[in-house]
Design a protein around this ligand. Structure first.
Ligand code: GAL
Length: 712
């Protein structure tokens, strides 16, 4: 097939025919797993996102999701290789909505957008330049498309109008027709890949969530963080010494505020920007002792770094042969595609950092900016060009560093500023320097379509109101963290709202059994822990014209119509989070079908409708589904206190009989991957709760369960 195509192309070329007359072909889809198909078009580049990430599909979990039909009409998917590029066309239906295409900050609906997917620091506009420009989109019709190429990819999401369109819109006269639009109806997604071929993967699903589950499972399943990773994080000012950090850790205790991880910023190193990855002898004369003392206080240590190697460190000479042509801030750039380069970095990191007890890293500056990182014409010893390396560097540093911890059978959890497709199983959360609170929440929602995690980290605030609103959302995210590297803020920086900050941080701690079980579902089933409303059963996306009868005043979504839902999300299977932002007293909440209840009071709030709430400043609004059981642990400040026999309160909401699968394991090793875990089912019926073994007889840290029936 491939040969025939090439022969055909050669003949065309030899006759000097115009190159735009090449054939469009229907790709040949091969079923790889239940509900997943792959097509290879032309001659794809050797390096692609998924082979760099080294994904290992979870075949068994994929089988469990069941067999489905190919989700689109194969005749309507076309591909063509022309002039060194590959062009793809995929159909769109009227009313179909598109999600995904990377970690976007402004929009959740992607139809009508044009992106050049390019790893970069987010610059305030959704244009494809972002930390994780994952070339994967998900349709409201229940399928997803991954363009597995490590290049800058152009995607026109329902903007182009072809002459041969099957559903052409009529031309309109702008002189007389007020409904004339500069963006006429388009029924197609078009993609340009600057390579002579590409691999495309199609995922199907009964709904949006299932498509994403298949994608995550194909990429190896989600990551299960260590328990300590889900506690509270504080990153300290850049030039803090060991004594400063110790004082700060003690202050968390005197203030009675949760703390599991302390993050050291650039000043832990003897030199930074570029980095030595060696401790500064003045600020940290005895790193092993310091980290040991931190552990004794129940605190893990996470280290900031960027991977650019300083000429002033001992690593420089050793790593030099495995670095690219260009420098970043005069530091050399390790090529993690080379085995020797990765090993050299690994040896240094193990000796200087992991052996002394460092629990993980914050890997900075691997996204951009253009002025700082290598240009596209750079080259690397592995043969990668600058463009490809830009697209995959975030994946490479994640894979490399994750393997260092895996080899020790120790789970890590850290931060990274660049990622791409194939990252679901990596132990990293994305963050950035941008700071618009509303957009941070939209990014959290969008991360669920990209197989990545995102933290709306808290840095500084103009007012106590903003501080509290930010603290509330970060406690309902994959990583609850203050990043005080520049501002030195602490949870108690705004004393007027300290009690409320403390309350929400302890609420997160109490919810850890629920959150940890939610992450287990990410690992085992590929379900994103924090996710867009559209993944919720019973949720009708107001943008979906076809399904929305707007004329009916019974339509609960009518008032929210055309509104993109980018300010509310699900945490786990039962909790709907509806945050407020600075200056906001009221907000609307779109409740999916089914009865919903207030988390705090247990009162009924609505069913398949848009409600308006005016909750006051103190609490983050949380709503819970009918039949939900929310396991909450006794209040602890640090996960080091999460030992055996933890008292559990199971909160039961609503009227229907519900259940919850409570997951547990040792919380810090990978032993769960070989079956050392336990799952027990909490269920409630007619005012009585019960606990039943479901699976495994691994570690179990809970004792007595008390039942609170919240809905009277
Ligand atoms: C930035 C990073 C910040 C902080 C700072 C330290 O690039 O995004 O969070 O770590 O570097 O210099």
């Amino acid at each position: 097939m491939k040969f025939a195509y090439f022969a055909f192309a050669m003949i065309l070329a030899s006759f000097g025919k115009p190159t735009d007359k090449t054939e469009q072909e229907n790709p040949n889809w091969q079923n790889t797993h239940a509900g997943i198909w792959k097509a290879t078009i032309g001659q794809p580049g050797e390096v692609n996102l998924l082979n760099v990430a080294g994904i290992q599909p979870k075949a068994e979990a994929l089988e469990k999701l069941g067999v489905t039909n190919f989700p689109l009409d194969q005749q309507e998917i076309k591909a063509e290789v022309r002039g060194g590029k590959t062009y793809l066309q995929l159909p769109l239906d009227r009313g179909e909505l598109i999600y995904g295409l990377g970690l976007n900050f402004k929009n959740v609906h992607q139809r009508g957008k044009i992106y050049r997917l390019h790893v970069d620091h987010y610059g305030g506009r959704d244009n494809g330049r972002t930390h994780a420009p994952v070339p994967f989109y998900v349709s409201s019709k229940g399928y997803g498309v991954l363009i597995n190429a490590a290049k800058y990819i152009d995607v026109y999401v329902g903007t182009g109008v072809r002459k041969d369109s099957k559903t052409p819109a009529n031309p309109q006269d702008r002189n007389t027709d007020k409904s004339w639009s500069a963006a006429p109806y388009s029924d197609i997604v078009e993609v340009v890949i600057p390579e002579e071929g590409v691999e495309v993967i199609m995922f199907s699903g009964a709904n949006v969530q299932q498509v994403v589950q298949r994608y995550n499972l194909y990429c190896g399943g989600g990551y299960l963080p260590p328990k300590w990773g889900l506690g509270f994080w504080q990153r300290t000012p850049t030039l803090y010494s060991d004594a400063d950090v110790e004082r700060e850790v003690d202050e968390f205790k005197t203030h009675n505020f949760p703390l599991d991880v302390i993050g050291l910023e650039p000043g832990w190193q003897s030199k930074s920007y570029p980095c030595t990855f060696e401790w500064d002898e003045g600020r940290y004369p005895n790193p092993g002792k310091f980290i040991g003392q931190m552990k004794d206080k129940g605190v893990r240590t996470n280290l900031w770094l960027n991977p650019y190697v300083s000429p002033e460190g001992s690593l420089y000479k050793k790593i030099e042969p495995y670095t690219g042509t260009h420098t970043v801030w005069n530091g050399i750039v390790p090529d993690f595609m080379t085995k020797k380069g990765s090993e050299t970095m690994g040896t240094h990191f193990n000796r200087e950092l992991l052996d002394v007890g460092v629990s993980g890293f914050k890997i900075d500056e691997v996204d951009g900016f253009d002025q700082w990182v290598w240009p596209d014409n750079a080259s690397f010893p592995s043969g990668l060009d600058g463009e490809t390396m830009r697209q995959v560097y975030g994946l490479l540093v994640q894979k490399w560093s994750a393997a260092l911890y895996k080899a020790r059978n120790e789970r890590t959890y850290g931060l990274v500023r660049a990622s791409n497709a194939g990252a679901s199983s990596f132990p990293y959360v994305i963050y950035n320097d941008y700071y618009k609170h509303e957009d941070f929440i939209t990014a959290l929602i969008n991360s669920s379509f990209t197989g990545t995690l995102w933290t709306p980290e808290v840095r500084k605030s103009g007012t106590e109101e903003e501080w509290l609103r930010r603290m509330q959302t970060v406690c309902f995210s994959p990583m609850a963290m203050i990043n005080a590297w520049a501002d030195g803020t602490k949870p108690w920086s705004f004393p007027e709202v300290y009690a409320q900050c403390q309350e929400v941080a302890f609420l997160r701690m109490r919810l850890l059994p629920y959150i940890y079980s939610t992450f287990a579902k990410y690992y085992f089933e590929g379900i994103p822990p924090f996710r867009a409303m559209v993944m919720e059963e019973g949720f009708l996306d107001p943008g979906e014209e076809a399904a929305t009868d707007l004329s009916s005043d019974k339509n609960p979504y009518a008032i929210a119509v055309k509104k993109e839902i980018k300010d509310q999300y699900m945490m786990g299977e039962s909790i709907l989070v509806a945050p407020l932002f600075l200056g906001q007293q009221k907000r609307q909440v779109v409740l999916p079908e089914g009865n919903w209840y207030d988390f705090y009071s247990g009162e009924f709030v609505g069913n398949g409708e848009v409600i308006e709430i005016e909750p006051g400043l103190d609490k983050i609004p949380l709503f819970v589904k009918d039949g939900a059981i929310i396991p909450m642990m006794e209040s602890i400040r640090q996960t080091s206190e999460w030992k055996e026999n933890m008292a559990l309160e199971a909160r039961v909401y609503g009227e229907i009989d519900g259940k919850f699968e409570l997951y547990d394991d040792d919380g810090e090793t990978f032993d769960y991957q070989t079956g050392k875990y336990s799952i027990k089912e909490l269920s409630a019926k007619e005012g009585k709760g019960r606990v039943k073994n479901v699976k495994g007889n691994g570690p179990w840290s809970y004792g007595e369960v008390s039942w609170s029936f919240m809905t009277k």
